[in-house]
Design a protein around this ligand. Structure first.
Ligand code: PEP
Ligand code: MN
Length: 374
């Protein structure tokens, strides 16, 4: 069961103290307090764990400081959607809204290679009105002899350039909890010119100790990629690890499944599950068309498969796109064959706009239809 507390309730207030006192006396029930930092106010939720079936919803709602009590109908306690659950989706971070009601594009380098390429990328983003990007510093590679990413060495110039070109959020993968300290240190040294969204890659979706460590910090939001060879339910549980440790600012990323049944694509595109994740949870849903498709192959209509699957995800309600670009794909150290070129950025964004508009129209049509029936 979840107790949603009155917005202004202070932990020092008599009402809060009385509530906690009451909860402590409940037998066989533990409670955990979660703070949710919204744009204007911080809101507390209390999660009751244990034999909550015995609790009466109306009684719990009448307790001091409690605005609403919700019976948890699914296992994703923090991130899930529950019966009669009107809690908002998403969060704000460094001036950017992430929710199930909007769409952010993170075009950028799969792997940072040179300061020149980072600068060319960011200049193109600014020229196209973009404030988010992807910049891989720590790269998980199949071969130990392959380029492993520039790691902490590149972070200062990446952050400086982000400041110069008005980038507000950089998605970057971490492979180890020590990388969070390196990111903090680089932000500190450069005067925090940008925000960072920590990416947990598909190889680490079930690295539970990493999830717990990332979940314990509240500074950075997280993009959790779905595991490439596990069920959706298992990946959603992985997201819940982050939230159960205290960080519910999580975006869930679909990036395709590893199976030859998806050939000739690099992975079997799973964007049909965008609406499933939106229905089961309150997380914004990201799609990664680059790592799903893996090539620049183009159909007879002139549309690259990367554009096609992006549109399919967006038309189904995706909230974030993580997509590889490179000023000179031939020179890219990682994933050059799937990178779009800077000259294609405006085209890509326009294609996304068309798909998003189609989604908005479809949503309005569904609403009208439902009103008609009801
Ligand atoms: C990436 O986004 O750079 C990446 C490695 O993705 P994934 O974890 O989905 O393979
Ligand atoms: Mn890659």
């Amino acid at each position: 069961m979840i107790l949603i507390l009155e917005g202004e309730l202070q932990e020092t207030s008599a009402a809060y103290q009385a509530l906690v006192h009451y909860l402590e006396k409940l037998e066989g029930i533990e409670y955990r307090v979660h703070r949710v930092q919204g744009a204007e106010q911080s809101l507390s939720e209390i999660y009751l764990i244990g034999n909550t079936k015995s609790l009466d919803l109306a009684v719990m709602e009448s307790l001091p400081g409690v605005k609403k009590a919700i019976r948890v109908s699914r296992e994703y306690r923090v991130l899930g959607r529950h019966l009669d659950d009107q809690r908002t989706t998403g969060f704000d971070y460094n001036g950017v809204h992430f929710g199930q009601d909007n769409l952010n594009v993170f075009a950028g380098l799969c792997a940072v290679d040179t300061p020149e390429h980072v600068e060319q990328m960011m200049r193109a983003l600014q020229e196209n009105g973009q404030v988010c990007t992807r910049m891989g510093a720590y790269k998980p590679r199949t071969s130990p002899y392959a380029f492993q990413g520039h790691g902490k060495e590149c972070l200062p110039y990446v952050f400086d350039l982000a400041g110069k070109y008005g980038i507000r959020v950089i998605a970057t993968e971490i492979l180890h909890e020590a990388h969070m300290d390196e990111i903090r240190e680089a932000l500190h040294r450069t005067g925090s010119p940008t925000g960072v969204m920590l990416q947990i890659g598909t190889r680490n979706t079930q690295n539970f100790e990493l999830l717990k460590a990332v979940g314990r910090q509240q500074q950075f939001p997280v993009l959790l990629k779905r595991g490439f060879g596990i069920t959706l339910e298992e990946s959603l549980n992985a997201a819940e690890y982050l939230a159960s440790e205290g960080n519910a600012r999580v975006v869930f990323g679909l990036r395709g499944m590893k199976t030859n049944l998806g050939d000739p694509h690099r992975n079997f595109v799973d964007f049909a599950q965008v609406p499933v994740v939106r229905r089961l949870t309150r997380m914004p849903v990201c799609i990664d068309p680059s790592h799903s498709v893996g090539t620049r192959d183009t159909g007879p209509d002139g549309l690259m498969d990367i554009f096609q699957v992006t549109a399919q995800g967006v038309v189904a309600g995706a909230n974030m796109i993580l997509v590889d670009f490179h000023p000179n794909p031939q020179a890219a150290l990682v994933d050059g064959p799937q990178a779009l070129r800077l000259e294609e950025l405006a085209w890509f964004l326009e294609d996304v706009r068309i798909a998003r508009e189609a989604y908005e129209e479809r949503r309005l049509l569904a609403e009208a239809q439902q009103r008609g029936i009801g």
